[in-house]
Design a protein around this ligand. Structure first.
Ligand code: SAM
Ligand code: SF4
Length: 326
């Protein structure tokens, strides 16, 4: 299994299938985002070869993300091939949900197990402002389609942005009273080309928790206090679902990190918030053999940075979240 020099076992790969997106969330990318040409991106067979290599190295969990993974051509076939790769035990996706109305059932049939769906507010106007191009109803329909297709348990990702949706967190938390969903509030992180908004509008998870508790009463600790991925879980007593808090900025979880990322242009990125990357696509196209590619991955993982440097004011500005794969 791939291990870093701090003894962390790295076995969870997040793959950005494309840097393109059908939305333009304020905190993720500028409206006039410029994308790289397709020939610089991992093509299907290149991606599947790398997945097999990662699986050989002990990576057993894959999350497909982006950009928006559902807009990648051949997404259902790609999911089918990745799900069938020996060694891959968990296959999930993070999506904005816009296309799940029609894709949830075929994705489930192809072997996708679960989805995290991003939804920042239940207020259609606030939703439009935050995503610039999206409509709330489409995403709501996507959530229901995912649930009907069995892509469960549903997890909802909410990035909290002061002045845009911090007033909506209680309504989102209320969803868990009746739905067996996990609604996860995320601290906005600064990187890429939109750091000004990200830094000036961040809301701490302590503040979100206080806001929810003042409306719904004290929350109880869920999941025996253990982290679920990066989320600390709570529950309104008696509720069907759970409320998660992902405090990457104010209380990072780097010590427990098991992740590496593969960008859409074939770079192994060792930490979301550090610019260090290892190019896998160029060597692959230049004819590197499997052993050489494995060595590049193992060496990269070994040198994975300990953690991000937000507390020291260090911001990785070389890429936006959508290029790295959030
Ligand atoms: N397009 C898909 C989506 O929105 O779910 C997948 C890619 S998106 C980059 C992955 C996750 O990153 C989403 O939940 C999104 O809300 C989150 N995200 C984007 N920009 C962020 C930021 N600056 N800080 C924290 N989370 C962010
Ligand atoms: Fe697209 Fe997801 Fe970024 Fe929003 S957060 S712009 S949906 S990639």
């Amino acid at each position: 299994m791939a291990q870093d020099r701090f003894g962390r076992q790295i076995h969870y790969l997040r793959i950005s299938l494309t840097d393109h997106c059908n939305l333009r969330c304020l905190y993720c990318m500028p409206e006039q985002m410029i994308f790289r040409p397709n020939h610089e991106m991992l093509q299907d067979q290149e991606l599947l070869l790398l997945v097999r290599i990662f699986a050989d190295l002990g990576f057993d969990k894959i999350r497909l993300t982006g950009g928006e993974p559902t807009i990648r051509a051949n997404i259902v076939e790609l999911v089918r091939s990745i799900a069938a790769t020996p060694g891959i035990e968990k296959l999930t996706m993070t999506t904005n949900g816009v296309l799940l109305g029609k894709l949830a059932a075929p994705l489930k049939a192809a072997g996708l197990q679960r989805v995290n769906i991003s939804l920042d507010t239940l207020n259609p106007q606030h939703f439009r402002t935050l995503t610039r191009w999206g409509t709330f109803e489409q995403v709501w329909e996507g959530i229901r389609a995912a649930e009907s297709a069995g892509l469960i348990p549903i997890k909802i990702n909410t990035v909290v942005v002061r002045g845009y949706n911090d007033m909506d967190v209680v309504d989102l938390a209320r969803l868990t009273l009746e739905h067996p969903w996990q609604v996860r509030f995320i601290e906005m992180m600064p990187f890429g080309g939109v750091t000004e908004l990200q830094q000036s509008h961040v809301v701490s998870m302590t503040e979100v928790l206080a806001r929810i508790e003042s409306a719904l009463g004290s929350l109880e600790v869920a999941n025996d206090g253990k982290l679920d991925g990066e989320a600390r879980l709570f529950r309104v007593p008696g509720a069907a679902g759970e409320i998660g808090f992902i405090s990457s900025v104010t209380a990072p979880f780097c010590a427990a990190c098991t992740r590496a990322r593969l960008t859409a242009d074939g770079k192994l990125r060792l930490c979301l918030l550090r610019p260090k990357e290892v190019d896998l696509l160029a060597p692959l196209r230049q004819g590197a053999n499997l052993e050489e590619l494995k060595k590049l991955i193992l060496d990269g993982v070994w040198n994975k940075p300990w953690g991000h440097g937000l507390a020291q004011g260090e911001i990785a500005t070389n890429r936006t979240m959508s290029e790295i794969g959030g």
